[in-house]
Design a protein. Sequence first.
Length: 105
Amino acid sequence: MSPVILAVDTSGMCGTLALRCGGELLEERELEQTRRRHAQTLISEVQELLQAHHLAAADVGIVAVSQGPGSFTGLRVGIVFAKTLAYVTGCPIVAVDTCRPSRKR
């Protein structure tokens, strides 16, 4: 069975979470946008996302986290969360570049 991948991006004003398993995107959701409070909402949002798919933190096989570019504080929040989850569960952590759609000027 393919590992469950939890992706975390807290690099910008609107953070995102994604859950993938077996080559299929299970769900993607935006973090609460209330004044960029990723540090206050990230854990509960991840818990809700996992529970919605009948998963626990121990079921996560890989944690992918944005390494930037982006907000310094936002990146720290996401990276510390990902490192902590990886440490607790024993799963590997993968750093990925922030992917943002380009804006035409």
